[in-house]
Design a protein around this ligand. Structure first.
Ligand code: SF4
Length: 332
């Protein structure tokens, strides 16, 4: 199917009515000619607005444990095969994680995402994170708490939920087919099992992926359909930021247009989920960053785990200049 064969109005209406996108349509969306991108963005905006109006949620990441992961994900600066020059430290104290929450609220965030470089949490990590979640929940009752701590068992997720966490992030990252190309120490199905455990524990699932790791269009489409199948509550869409010292340091740069088309695809397949522009937004979208709000309703500020990013003030200006509005921050 060619993009010119798509009826974008019919497609948006079908998605809004709960209908499926066909695989051939998804591929055509990824292959939208650049000069027709404004039409694709307009159709996607219709779907985005139905669930989220013009609101944009601000999220802030906290690297709770940096640079000591035994896994070998090729895109990641914190893996055991990475030679990237990044901070290395063990799990931050409860006081530090709590201070991060205070700063997140002060910086306009509604969601605070604590991330640990690890294969999965130990008993000691879970007890520590329970304590951190309890204290943060007590002082910032409106702040949405998300944790990203690798592979997780159901009982671990249940304990974190009871302590006040609302979301667990665990990205599928790419297609099942392409996964062995980016990681050899765990499988796509290991990741899927963690997502099932998180869901069974009653937590919301945050799971998306990374565009630009050498995958094909078919892989992107597989990943996008997978996020729909697992009914991810949040879908972060990362755009590879090739970090010197990682196996993917020389990956070809994405174009802003490719990023926008991928974001539209994830939105059209996940009409009611939070779709978030995540890592690599500033680097890859450049002057076209504002257009991504036609597809996404959420964004990170103050950078990513080991790469920098825009602060709140300039991000807010970007959002408003694009005709959208920032969701009010969590109350202190
Ligand atoms: S499991 Fe997470 S922290 Fe570890 S190498 Fe992979 S992406 Fe990086």
């Amino acid at each position: 199917m060619d993009f010119k064969d798509l009826d974008l109005n019919e497609l948006a209406d079908r998605v809004l009515a709960g209908g499926e996108l066909e695989r051939a349509e998804a591929l055509a969306i990824l292959n939208c000619p650049d000069h027709r991108l404004p039409e694709l963005l307009a159709a996607t905006l219709k779907v985005r607005e139905a669930a989220f109006g013009r609101r944009v949620k601000i999220c802030i990441l906290r690297n709770a444990q940096s640079g000591i992961c035994p896994e070998d994900c090729g895109y990641c600066s914190q893996s055991r095969v990475s030679r990237a020059d990044i901070p290395v430290y063990k799990m931050q104290s409860v006081a530090e994680l709590h201070e991060g929450a205070r700063r997140a609220v002060a910086s306009g965030a509604r969601r605070y995402c604590m991330v640990g470089s690890m294969r999965g949490p130990t008993e000691r990590d879970i007890a520590h994170l329970e304590e951190a979640c309890r204290r943060i929940r007590a002082d910032y009752p409106e702040l949405e708490i998300c944790l990203s701590m690798g592979l997780m068992e159901r009982d671990q997720a249940e304990r974190l939920k009871a302590a006040g966490a609302g979301w667990i992030n665990h990205n599928l990252n790419t297609s099942r087919r392409f996964y062995p190309e980016i990681c050899s120490t765990h499988t796509w199905d290991d990741r899927l099992r963690t997502i099932e455990n998180v869901r069974a524990a009653g937590l919301s699932v945050c799971s998306g992926g990374i565009i630009g790791m050498g995958e094909t269009d078919e892989d992107v489409v597989d990943l996008a359909f997978a996020t729909r199948r697992i009914a991810a509550d949040s879908v972060p869409v990362n755009f590879l930021h090739p970090i010197p010292g990682t196996p993917l340091e020389h990956a070809p740069r994405l174009t802003p247009e490719r990023c926008l088309k991928a974001a539209c695809l994830f939105r059209l397949l996940n009409p009611r989920s939070e779709v978030r522009a995540a890592g690599g937004r500033e680097l890859n979208l450049g002057a076209r960053q504002g257009e991504i709000f036609n597809a996404v309703n959420s964004i990170f500020v103050n950078g990513y785990l080991t790469t920098g990013g825009w602060a709140y003030a300039e991000t807010r200006e970007l959002i408003e200049r694009a005709g959208f509005e920032v969701e009010p921050p969590a109350a202190a």
